[in-house]
Design a protein around this ligand. Sequence first.
Ligand code: M6R
Length: 608
Amino acid sequence: MCGIVGIVQQRETKIGKTIIEALTKLEYRGYDSVGIASISDGKVMITKDEGKISEVAEKIDIDSIQGKIAIGHTRWATHGPPTKENAHPHTDCNGEISVIHNGIIENFQELKEELLKQGHVLQSETDTEVIPHMIEQLVKKENQSLQEAIITTVRRLEGTFAICVVSSLEPDRIYCAKRDSPLVIGINSDRMFCASDIPAFLEHTRKVVLLHDDEFVTISSNGYEIIDFNSMKKIVRKPYTVSWKPEMAQKGGFPHFMLKEIHEQPNSLADYIRIDQPSLIKIAEKIHNAEKVFLLAAGTAHYSTLTGENLIRKYSKKPATSIISSEYEAISGLVDENTVILPVSQSGETMDTIMAIKHARELDATVLSVVNVIGSTITRYSDEVLYLYAGPEIGVAATKTYTAQTLSMWDIGLEVGKISGELDKSEYDSARELYRNIPTVIRQTIVRNESRANHISSWFAKKSSSFFLGRGLNLQTAKEGALKMKEIAYIHSEAYPAGESKHGPIALVEEDYPVVFVAPKDHTNKRMIGSIMEMKARGATAIVVIEEGDKDIEELGKWKFEIPKGYSETLSTIPFAIPLQQLSYYTAMRRGCAIDTPKNLSKTLTVL
Ligand code: M6R
């Protein structure tokens, strides 16, 4: 949801190239337009245009963007279409103050009217443009210093923001401020960075400072200074070193981040299993002691919480309910001090989830989160955090973080079962053994199904609509498979409980209509045969995802994906999701889709 970056260097270089490289690492956040403000000869120079970073980079002369200081923006449009005029940076009337912004200014209409009355001329339809004009007004008409003016301005903003400001009035620094949108600082010996996310500067430095809400930062070649912009108190915060490696934010020989991230899953899951997190037991204890447990998440993360809900219920007999974050209102009246809220999020920045957490905290609920990005906003609102340790995920489609989320749900479910005494020791021990085997099963699953996915995709790519059907726990897998097909390959895909499909959706089925059946060899297997027969009788073409050797279902499918043995029934949601990731990837390839940056999407949705 918009990526921002700023660089302050000791020496003047072709800084445009460094900004474009950094923005490319943030492209997952938005790709509607791109813009850079650099300071050259004490003047602010703006270069911007609509389109993706690679398209804009072709149109502009990047090498001509020189200087010691620059800020850059990649946009996910909210206010106003993705045009050059609406591209950031935005400036004041004289082009002296330049601002990039990630977030939404909710009171921008009121601020804009005020500015228009004062004689300011605004060029865009964006909410952001009010910011440079407000700063200009305070500097020019009220004689405030640039720093004072920015602070006065951000105090008046309602909504969410991470902003960076450069100005010819003070051409040696970048000023930043944030509330509810992410901003981190990166430090190396001759350059300082600020960015929406760490991958932007990971190839330059692993030394990072996380900024908190309502903080204002001055970044110059001498370092950084943080103050609380409400109390004006100085904040001392030392950098820490992230364990991520630069190659984690590169494609490493794969054509797309999505494919790379699919292939990283044996390692990311092994990392999750290997890293002992003391928070796991604390989380399990708190869930055990709570009266009510609500799992909160959006999109793919929500599907992972369906495993959490099921396993907490199954292993500990404790009622747990999974809620889509934006539908939190449905349960908000039930939340109190005896409630555990369990948010699950890759980014830790999803605004629907954050807003629900904030409300639950006001009611004294305990917040126990499962997050991938260390230090992200959700972690700061949490009493305990379980990290996914999946590394940076750059492709907009969640893949490796989905399987890590699902594994973490399983991990939590198992521990709650143990603490509650509902799960006996031998059951627990054998479940843990299968759990440790998961990376191996996933490695074999990827290899076994790669060329099949590629082959089936040549037929699937010609379709305009499809069903994904599952039963029990694997309804979740079907939902995730359908979401991947929609968001990456732009094929309408609907997931349904297999048994429910006869109650309506089956009316859509016609000759050669694609239906994907997620059919592990568990207690749902026999019933799945009935569902496949029903669909085939209406002309559907069945693609079956089965356990190896499941001849009964195999012979009903035109095509099959096979999962090796070695997983347990409750863990099946992880390997069974893999071929569906592969199918959507190869189908999207054949349809010529922008796989890592699908249209209309952003990886991190920091708006409500
Ligand atoms: O960062 P989060 O896990 O909170 O994001 C939640 C969803 O926006 C995300 O899973 C989205 O559905 C992905 N594009 C799915 O691939």
